[in-house]
Write a protein that binds this ligand. Structure first.
Ligand SMILES: [Mg+2]
Length: 313
């Protein structure tokens, strides 16, 4: 039986969650999503970076990851709100718990994204589209925010589908639709293809996903090694990884996050580590255990890993 995989992705997650919080909890009338607004680190000092922005802010060409001062230059009336990581975790949990009512196999990919294996729903619902509408309506009613859904037969295609037009959309990207929907996209839109790889591919004359898909695999191998094979498979819509609902248990306590932009300075990196460490420590205290070895790993935008660890006295 062919798999049915969903990739769900909350639209402007941090901003949406803040907007809903202000409306539902603080009883504010203003919906941040309807005005130029953004979540930015250290708003008072006017430095830090834009973590998420509203659609009206996007129209001013404000980009996630750019500096707050840069963004304010583009749009002086931009309303900035500070990040609230605890709120995001609560929203993320509520979101996932509803998804888990529709699939026994939900893999959290980041704080606002998940893969759901919906293969079994064939027996209950007429079509994947029907169940998607039900989930979308329900989450909007109960939690107040929208998200994109990508539907396909594997994780890669589902992920690519959910990235098509935003917000609040449902897209399919089945193998027979790859040519029409995916191959015309710039190669930088392909999952796993970061800025450095895009540059390399451009020098090879590869500009679209379709061009990558039709490139001789030998050429890609010689320039990009194993990684070249991976993105070649992706460009052709091939992905054999499974939706895994729980990471294998181990004796350690860990926490991770995916940042939607490159972290390239110490302060921003420290902020991310602090947020991650805080929740890990809370869990350690709750379980009444202590740790001896601390390890940190980083995976960059090309999925290169690096890690360090140290033993505490
Ligand atoms: Mg998102």
């Amino acid at each position: 039986m062919e798999s049915v995989i969903f990739h769900v992705d909350v639209n402007s997650a941090f901003l949406s969650w803040e907007a809903v919080y202000r409306i539902q909890v603080k009883r504010e009338r203003l919906d941040l999503r309807t005005i130029p607004s953004a979540v930015g680190g250290d708003v008072k000092k006017r430095h830090g970076i834009i973590l998420a922005k509203s659609l009206p802010a996007k129209r001013y060409n404000i980009q996630t990851g750019e500096s707050v001062s840069e963004a304010c230059k583009k749009c002086p009336e931009l309303v900035l709100v500070p990040p609230q990581y605890e709120l995001y975790e609560r929203c993320s949990e509520a979101f996932l718990s509803i998804l888990k009512q529709y699939s026994p196999n939900v893999e959290q990919y980041s704080i606002d994204e998940a893969y759901c294996d919906m293969t079994g729903t064939k027996y209950i619902y007429e079509s994947p589209y029907e169940i998607t509408c039900e989930i979308k309506d329900r989450i909007y009613k109960e939690l107040g925010f929208t998200f994109n859904v990508g539907i396909s037969c594997n994780k890669l295609l589902a992920k690519m589908a959910s990235d098509l037009k935003k917000p609040n959309m449902v897209h399919t990207l089945y193998p027979k639709e790859i040519k029409e929907k995916m191959w015309r996209l710039p190669v930088s839109d392909l999952f796993y293809v970061g800025r450095a790889t895009t540059k390399k591919l451009h020098t090879l004359g590869i500009h679209t996903i379709g061009e990558l898909a039709r490139t001789d695999i030998g050429i890609l191998r010689s320039h990009l090694k194993k990684y070249g094979e991976l993105i070649y498979d992706f460009a052709n819509g091939r992905d054999t990884s499974y939706v895994i609902d729980e990471r294998p248990k181990n004796k350690g306590y860990g926490n991770s996050t995916t940042i939607p932009f490159d972290i390239d300075n110490r302060n921003a990196a420290r902020m991310v580590f602090l947020v991650l460490a805080e929740t890990v420590c809370t869990r350690l205290r709750k379980d009444g255990v202590s740790a001896a070895v601390v390890a940190i790993s980083i995976v960059d935008f090309e999925f290169r890993h690096c890690s360090h660890q140290g033993r505490m006295p």
